[in-house]
Design a protein around this ligand. Structure first.
Ligand SMILES: Cc1ncc(COP(=O)(O)OP(=O)(O)O)c(N)n1
Ligand code: 3NM
Ligand code: MG
Length: 218
C-alpha cells in the first residue's frame, strides 16, 4: 500500500514525473521505465492536449504505465480523470482549481489514496488541505511551454510565502523546472519538483531524472 503520511510523502514527491503520450516521441512506457530507473519517485499520467488518447486506448495506456509503477514501487497518479483512477484503483489523483472539487474527489477515492491539488494562493492551499489534499502543486514557478492555460509565473517566492505563513502541507513546485533552478525551489521550501519536459524531452530520461534527484536532494 502507498503510504500517504506527510513524512513519507515528502520523500515520495522528490522527483515527480508527469507525462502523457502527446509529450513524447517514442513509447511512454519506455520513457517511464528509464525515468524511474534514473530516480523518478512518483508518476502522474496526464493525457491531455492535441492527439491525446481517449476511451479504451487511454485506459489501456494507463494500465500499462500503472503496471510499471507498481513493479518499480512508485505511486501511479492520474491527472483530472477521477473515474479512470477509481476504475483502475490508481494510487491517487491530481486536480486543479477548475476540475472536480478536491472534497468530491476525496469522497470518491477514499481515505487511503493520494490527493494532490493545484494551489495558486494561500487561501486555495488552506482550502485544499481542509478538503483532504495530501500535497499541493504550486506553479508555474517558471515559464513553461507544456501547459497552454498556465497562470502567471509566480517564482519560488510563492513557495517561501506559503511556508512563512505556516503551511506545512507537502509542496511540489511545477512549471519550467530545470536542473539549474531546482535548488532555488527546494531552498524556497518545496519538498519536490514536478516536471514534464526536463525528463520527457531529454535524450536520456534516466540521466535527467538522476540529475534532478541529486539536485532536489542536496
Ligand atoms: C503536481 C501537479 N501540480 C499541478 C498540476 C496542474 O494541475 P491543473 O491546474 O489541474 O492543470 P492540468 O495539469 O490538469 O492541465 C499538475 N497536473 N500536477
Ligand atoms: C502540468 C503543469 N501545471 C502547471 C501549473 O502551473 O500548474 S505548469 C505545468 C507544465 C509543467 O511542464 P514543464 O515541466 O515542461 O514546464
Ligand atoms: Mg487539472
Amino acid at each position: 500500500m502507498i503510504r500517504r503520511d506527510p513524512v513519507t510523502l515528502k520523500k515520495v514527491l522528490k522527483v515527480y514525473f508527469i507525462c502523457g503520450t502527446p509529450n513524447v516521441s517514442r513509447p511512454l512506457t519506455e520513457i517511464l521505465e528509464e525515468a524511474v530507473q534514473g530516480g523518478a519517485t512518483i508518476f502522474q499520467f496526464r493525457e491531455k492536449g492535441e492527439k491525446a488518447l481517449t476511451g479504451e486506448k487511454k485506459k489501456e495506456q494507463a494500465a500499462k504505465l500503472q503496471a510499471i509503477c507498481h513493479e518499480k514501487g512508485i505511486p501511479f497518479i492520474i491527472n483530472d480523470d477521477v473515474e479512470l483512477a477509481v476504475e483502475l484503483n490508481a494510487d491517487g489523483v491530481h486536480v486543479g482549481q477548475d476540475d472536480t472539487s478536491a472534497r468530491e474527489v476525496r469522497a470518491k477515492i477514499g481515505p487511503d489514496k493520494i490527493l494532490g491539488v493545484s494551489a495558486h494562493s494561500l487561501t486555495e492551499a488552506v482550502q485544499a488541505e481542509k478538503d483532504g489534499a495530501d500535497y499541493i502543486g504550486v506553479g508555474p514557478v517558471f515559464a513553461t511551454s507544456s501547459k497552454d492555460d498556465a497562470e502567471e509565473v509566480c517564482g519560488p517566492e510563492r513557495i517561501s510565502e506559503f511556508r512563512e505563513e505556516g503551511l506545512t502541507l507537502p509542496i511540489v513546485a511545477i512549471g519550467g523546472i530545470t536542473f539549474e533552478n531546482t535548488p532555488a525551489v527546494i531552498r524556497a521550501g518545496a519538498d519536490g519538483i514536478s516536471v514534464i519536459s526536463a525528463i520527457a524531452s531529454s535524450a536520456s530520461p534516466a540521466d535527467a531524472a538522476n540529475k534532478l534527484y541529486r539536485k532536489a536532494s542536496s
